[in-house]
Design a protein around this ligand. Structure first.
Ligand code: AMP
Ligand code: ZN
Length: 531
C-alpha cells in the first residue's frame, strides 16, 4: 500500500504535522518568489526546487494543487527590514535602465532557470506591481486599528496583534549578541592563523557571522517608531524626490512595503486560510512574521495558537545553500548562477540532484566536487533508463498510468512513499528510485512505469533525458564534440591496427585541447572535457 500520511514540518509550531487540507482534496500553496533586480543565484533556486518537490508530492498524493509564486518587482529594500535602498531602483540606476526593463530581463532569466531545473509552472506567477491598488485597499482596511503614520510612511504596529514573531521563535537580541561574539572570536583566530589559506577561511567565516548578527539584530532607526519591529506598509516618496515606481495613496505618493505584497496576493489568489506558505529560512525571521501580522490584522486579529489565523496552516522553510568562499553573494561580482554551472559543462539537473540528495531543512554546502558526483549520479540513472525506454519502444510497449506493477515492485513503492511522506525525504526517495532502476528480471513496462511515477515526484526528466543531453560543452572548450568523436574514432582504428604510437599521439592531442580520455570508465563515459 502506498498511502502513508503526509507529514510536513511546520515552522510555526516547530514540529511535524500531518497534512490535512483546508479544502477537501485540494492543496493551496504560496511560495515567496524572487526579487527580479538581478540574476538568481543557485541558492535562491534551491528554494524553488524545494517548493517544486512539495508541489509534486502533493500532486502524487492525489491533491489538486494550486500553486502561486510571486514576482517581486517593487518594494524590496536592500535590507529585509525597512533600511536601505529599493533593490529595483538601485539596479535600474546602476544599469541606466527603466525598472520595468530590469524586471522584464531578470524575470525572463529566472524563468529560464526554472525551466532548466524542471520546476513545474505554478498556477500563477503573481506580479507585485499588478496588485498595488489591492495593496492600498488592504492597508486602508487595517490602518485604523493596526497602523500609524510617520513622515516616512505608514507603519504597522506589531503590538496590535497577538504572538508577533512566534514564527521566528527566538530572542532576536540574544541571537544577535551570540553571533557577534562568534564573529569576534573568529576574527581573533584569523589574526593568529598559521597559513594564509586558514586566515582567509576564518575571515570569511567571521564576516558571515558579523553579517548575520547585523541582520538578526538590526533595530530600525526610523524616528518615531513605537516598537523596534514595526515595519512600513507604505513608504512615502521623500519630498523633492521622485521614484521610477510610485503610486498615489491616502498616505501620499509612494510605494508599498515589501511584506504587504505577499499578504495581498496570497489572500487574493488562494483565500485565507490556505494550506502552505513556503520560503527560504531567512524569511522565517522578518518577512514571514510581518506577513503573518498583516494576515492576522485583516482576518481576525486572533492569536497564533490557531494556525489558520496566520493566513496559512503550515509555514515551511528550506535551509540555505552555502558556499565558503563567498561566491553566493550577489555583491561579489561573479556569483554562482545556474548559467555558470552550465558554462562549465554541468547539466543543470545535476544541481537538482544535489538539492535532492540533501534534506531541504539541512544546510547544503556547495562544492564543484559535490556537483561532479551529483552529475555522475544523474548520468548513471540516465544511462540505465535510456536503453530501457528504447527497448520498450522497439517491443511496441508503452508506459501507461494505470499499469499495476508486480509484487517485486511493491516494497520499493512502499519505501518510496514512506520516504517522501516523511517531510519530503528526497535523499532516501532517490536511493529507492535507484533500486528500482537496478531491478533485474522484471517486466519492462512495469519497471518503466514505476520509474516514471517516482520521477514525477523527483523531477529528473528520466523519461526524456538522453546520454547526449548530458554532454554539455564547457564554454571554454577549444574543441567540438564532433571533433572529439572523429579523433576517438581514428584512435580506435589505430589501436585496431596495433599502431600504438599513433593512438598515444591522438590521445595527447586530445589532452592538449582539454579532453581527458577515460578508457575503461565504469560508466562508459569515454571522455571528459575540463570546464
Ligand atoms: P530573494 O530573491 O532574495 O527574495 O530570494 C528568493 C528566495 O531564495 C527566498 O525564498 C530566499 O529565502 C531564498 N534564498 C536566498 N538565499 C538562499 C540560499 N543561499 N539558499 C537557499 N535559499 C536562499
Ligand atoms: Zn514573500
Amino acid at each position: 500500500m502506498t498511502d502513508t500520511p503526509l507529514q510536513l514540518f511546520n515552522s510555526l509550531t516547530r514540529r511535524l504535522e500531518t497534512f490535512t487540507p483546508v479544502h477537501a482534496g485540494e492543496a493551496r500553496v504560496y511560495s515567496c518568489g524572487p526579487t527580479v533586480y538581478n540574476y538568481p543565484h543557485i541558492g535562491n533556486m534551491r528554494a524553488y526546487v524545494f517548493a517544486d518537490v512539495l508541489g509534486r508530492t502533493l500532486s502524487y498524493k492525489g491533491y489538486k494543487l494550486s500553486h502561486v509564486i510571486n514576482i517581486t518587482d517593487v518594494g524590496h529594500l536592500t535590507d529585509d527590514a525597512d533600511a536601505g535602498e529599493d533593490k529595483m531602483e538601485k539596479m535600474a540606476a546602476k544599469e541606466a535602465k527603466s525598472i520595468w526593463a530590469i524586471a522584464e530581463h531578470y524575470t525572463q532569466a529566472y524563468w529560464a532557470d526554472i525551466k532548466a531545473l524542471n520546476i513545474r509552472q505554478p498556477m500563477e506567477w503573481s506580479v507585485a506591481t499588478k496588485y498595488v491598488p489591492a495593496m492600498i485597499e488592504f492597508a486602508e482596511k487595517i490602518a485604523e486599528k493596526h497602523c500609524y503614520e510617520l513622515e516616512s510612511g505608514l507603519y504597522f504596529d506589531v503590538s496590535t496583534v497577538a504572538d508577533y514573531g512566534r514564527l521566528a521563535g527566538f530572542d532576536r537580541a540574544a541571537a544577535a549578541a551570540s553571533l557577534a561574539a562568534k564573529a569576534a572570536s573568529l576574527a581573533a583566530q584569523a589574526a593568529i592563523a598559521e597559513t594564509p589559506e586558514e586566515q582567509a577561511r576564518l575571515m570569511v567565516a567571521a564576516v558571515e557571522a558579523a553579517t548575520s548578527a547585523h541582520s538578526v539584530g538590526r533595530i530600525e532607526k526610523v524616528e518615531g517608531k513605537r516598537n523596534a519591529a514595526d515595519f512600513a506598509i507604505w513608504r512615502k516618496t521623500p519630498t523633492g524626490e521622485t521614484r521610477q515606481m510610485e503610486w498615489d495613496s491616502p498616505w501620499g505618493r509612494g510605494a508599498p512595503g515589501w511584506h504587504l505584497e505577499c499578504s495581498v496576493m496570497s489572500g487574493a489568489l488562494l483565500g485565507f486560510p490556505f494550506d502552505i506558505h513556503t520560503g527560504g529560512i531567512d524569511h522565517r525571521e522578518i518577512h514571514h512574521p510581518n506577513e503573518i501580522a498583516q494576515n492576522q490584522a485583516i482576518c481576525c486579529s486572533g492569536g497564533l495558537d490557531v494556525a489558520e489565523n496566520s493566513g496559512a496552516k503550515l509555514w515551511m522553510h528550506n535551509n540555505f545553500l552555502v558556499e565558503r568562499s563567498g561566491k553566493m553573494s550577489k555583491s561579489s561580482g561573479e556569483f554562482l548562477r545556474l548559467q555558470l554551472l552550465i558554462d562549465k559543462g554541468y547539466h543543470p539537473l545535476a544541481y537538482r540532484v544535489m538539492c535532492l540528495q540533501a534534506h531541504y531543512r539541512g544546510e547544503l554546502e556547495f562544492s564543484w566536487e559535490g556537483l561532479g558526483s551529483a552529475l555522475t549520479r544523474l548520468k548513471r540513472l540516465v544511462m540505465a533508463v535510456e536503453p530501457l525506454r528504447a527497448r520498450l519502444n522497439d517491443e511496441g510497449g508503452a508506459v501507461t498510468e494505470g499499469l499495476v506493477p508486480g509484487p517485486k515492485f511493491m516494497p520499493l513503492l512502499e519505501a518510496f512513499d514512506v520516504a517522501i511522506s516523511e517531510d519530503l525525504g528526497t535523499p532516501v526517495a532517490l536511493t529507492v528510485l535507484e533500486q528500482v532502476v537496478a531491478l533485474k528480471k522484471v517486466d519492462l513496462a512495469q519497471k518503466l512505469s514505476v520509474i516514471a511515477r517516482m520521477d514525477d515526484v523527483l523531477g529528473l526528466k528520466l523519461m526524456h533525458l538522453t546520454r547526449a543531453d548530458l554532454r554539455l560543452t564547457p564554454k571554454s572548450a577549444r574543441i567540438t564534440i564532433e571533433e572529439i568523436d572523429e579523433i576517438l574514432a581514428a584512435r580506435r582504428q589505430a589501436r585496431a591496427d596495433k599502431d600504438f604510437a599513433r593512438s598515444d599521439a591522438l590521445r595527447d592531442d586530445l589532452a592538449a585541447r582539454g579532453v581527458e580520455v577515460m578508457d575503461g570508465d565504469p560508466l562508459g563515459w569515454d571522455w571528459k572535457l575540463e570546464g
